[in-house]
Design a protein. Sequence first.
Length: 190
Amino acid sequence: MQLLLDFLPVLAFFVAYKTGGIYVATAIIMAAMTIQCAVIWFIKRKVSTMLLVSTALVLVFGSVTLLVHDPVFIKWKMTVLDWLFALAFVLAPRFGGQTLVQRLMGAQVTLPEQHWVTLNLMWIVFFILMGGLNVFVLYHYDEATWVNFKLFGTMGLTIVFVIIQGIWLSGKMPKDDDSAPRPSTPDQQN
């Protein structure tokens, strides 16, 4: 359900772009993310920091885009957000000791400390590369290609990254020890 809620504003942006252009799409994503925050607040009585930061950036960059009538600002929002996330992953261990990924996943996953550090580094590199890739697409392709990249490219690359991360994690997680002797039952003793 949360994944669907997170996806809806980007889908609304995409549909609005295809039907009304970049400025309509910018206004739509600003409204959609504000509504998304309100709905989540109404349901859970709290909104994640990630969603609040993303919404704030959409409102700031979207407002500038609409005020100066230049879409480059809304296009840069994705890069700024990715690089802010990378910075958060870099700084988190310095403020609290644990990596950010460990704080987010530690209740569900048990890993040795060095694997948490590696996993955190994977996310840092991913966010830096995604932000850089957005800038590349922004300046080397037309607007329609950028919009398609925003929806399909970032989603596809994120899914691929999460699958790779899952495969990596599955090899690092502690396994149940099947080699330990099992107590025998009375039937087995005879």
